[in-house]
Design a protein around this ligand. Sequence first.
Ligand SMILES: O=C(O)CCC(=O)C(=O)O
Length: 188
Amino acid sequence: MQLGLFAEPDAGPAGLRYADNFIEAASEQALIGRIAALPLQRFQFGVFEGHRRVASFGYRFDYALQRLTEAEPIPDWLLPIARQVEHWAGLREGSVRQVLCTEYEVGVGIGWHRDKPHFDKVLGLSLGSPCKFRFRRRSSDKWQRHTLEALPRSLYMMDGEARSQWEHSIPPVEARRYSVTFRTMNRT
Ligand SMILES: O=C(O)CCC(=O)C(=O)O
């Protein structure tokens, strides 16, 4: 095929970056052990409760108060990986100020959403099992769609249009999945 004549068939949202094998299998197992040992709580949004279980560090978004509140500091065992994520993304050390650990049991996913505007860049490490990380954006009367197959030990970053214009969701997972989401702040 002659390069340059045709647009990529499905290049995906601008601002989406992805890397396979961001961490080694031994680190993945160690992280899963740490996350599974956390006092994970069902995700709370106002009066509703999600099926995924989470622990927030640095900040958490309080849906009842509709604002960010302070959470436990990012624990020492997460700091090396946060630094590795910042380095990969070309971010200044310490830019990651919020970390969310999530457990998805079999059959649990996450609905369509964009992350809160309080956060800027969003990076996610997948652990334990693959998922279909879906994107959609309204384009006149149709949805533009893209699916990223996020493998265990991979990292994605949502920046630019992927972050501000596209929504994302994960359909119910087929095997238990964990993720660690790293977020920088829009306003300090
Ligand atoms: O589990 C993931 O990788 C995505 C999590 C997510 O979209 C969120 O917590 O807002």
